[in-house]
Design a protein around this ligand. Structure first.
Ligand code: ASP
Length: 324
């Protein structure tokens, strides 16, 4: 996390500033491992009949969403509730954003309630960083344009680690519209941090160079342990720009079908899936698919992020949750 330091096993907040989670680049390997281990403890707490923990009672988590979301918005809200925090969800449509209020003014307005955390999703890169400059709350980036989506990368690593029992040396092929994907940018950095390998696979128009090794041959996915499928993010493509001749052609050349996979490979997708375009239904619903596991991981990983930002770390967690 930004400016997070661990000294003698203790979290030490930065002098004069709150900790934020704006980008995977904010995390050290130690941070990442601590967050995954905290998430594992929360996963055990969620197997009980009574799932609510008193940990963040009296705290306020504001969810500020300027872009549509199903999984991220619902899991942040549920994560805060499972930790007994109050939640306030503000969506751009139906709020004063419709009347032209700026992100800065909206942040100042919501900060008047003295929130502990602001979770922000926005179509522009840099929006979460801007919010962090105008609030006393901890800020979590829940997706800013095509820039970053750090909690998605954390839940993806959690899911891979549960499925394979390790992350080190894992080979992940990220397939599709990497160009417009904040998920891919965050995931490549996170995989690198834990010693896993990524390869970006897709047509030259949708796969930028310089992030990770690239292949323009779909056969390259056969060497991977995980095939990570991306959606064609049309909302981020400039009007009139054509990145593929047609969705039909894209699907024929790059769609993930049973025939393109080999035994033992697992398939992931951040959602929402466009069945029949980037992934065939028979793959999405197959035993190879980890898509539902990813959603489940989203809850416990976001509980871990809120917990980590607002409390003293793993020692307190053992006492609170009652699991080591
Ligand atoms: N849900 C992910 C995101 O918000 C992926 C996607 O929309 O395709 O970036």
């Amino acid at each position: 996390m930004t400016d997070l330091r661990i000294v003698g096993g203790e979290l030490v907040p930065p002098a004069g500033g709150r900790r934020h989670l704006l980008s995977v680049a904010d995390l050290t390997r130690e941070d990442l491992e601590r967050l995954l281990s905290t998430a594992r403890s929360f996963a055990r707490s969620q197997e009980r009949e009574t799932k609510k923990l008193p940990t963040l009672r009296g705290r306020l988590v504001v969810n500020l969403f300027y872009e549509s979301s199903t999984r991220t918005a619902s899991s942040f809200e549920l994560a805060a509730k499972r930790l007994s925090a109050d939640t306030l969800t503000v969506k751009s449509s139906g709020s004063s954003v419709d009347k032209g209020e700026s992100l800065k003014d909206t942040t100042l307005t919501l900060s008047a309630y003295d929130p502990d955390v602001i979770v922000i999703r926005h179509p522009e890169a840099g929006a979460a960083e801007l919010v962090s400059r105008h609030t006393g709350a901890h800020v979590v980036n829940a997706g800013d344009g095509k820039h970053q989506h750090p909690t998605q990368a954390l839940l993806d690593l959690y899911t891979m680690c549960e499925a394979f029992g390790r992350l080190d040396g894992l080979r992940v092929a990220i397939v599709g519209d990497v160009l417009h994907s904040r998920v891919a940018r965050s995931l490549v950095q996170a995989l690198d941090l834990v010693g896993a390998e990524s390869i970006l696979v897709g047509p030259p128009t949708l796969v930028p160079t310089g992030l990770a090794p690239v292949s323009h041959d779909i056969a390259a996915i056969r060497d991977a342990d995980v095939v990570y499928v991306l959606r064609m993010q049309r909302e981020r493509m400039l009007a009139g720009a054509n990145f593929v001749p047609s969705l039909r052609e894209y699907s024929d050349l790059w769609g993930i079908t049973p025939a393109r996979l080999r035994d033992g490979q697992r398939v992931m997708h951040p959602g929402p899936m466009n069945r029949g375009v980037e992934i065939e239904s028979s793959v999405a619903d197959s035993r190879a698919s980890l898509v539902v596991d990813q959603v489940r991981a989203g809850l416990v990983v976001r509980m871990a992020v809120l917990y980590d930002l607002l409390t003293a770390g793993p020692v307190a967690l053992e006492a609170e949750v009652g699991v080591a």
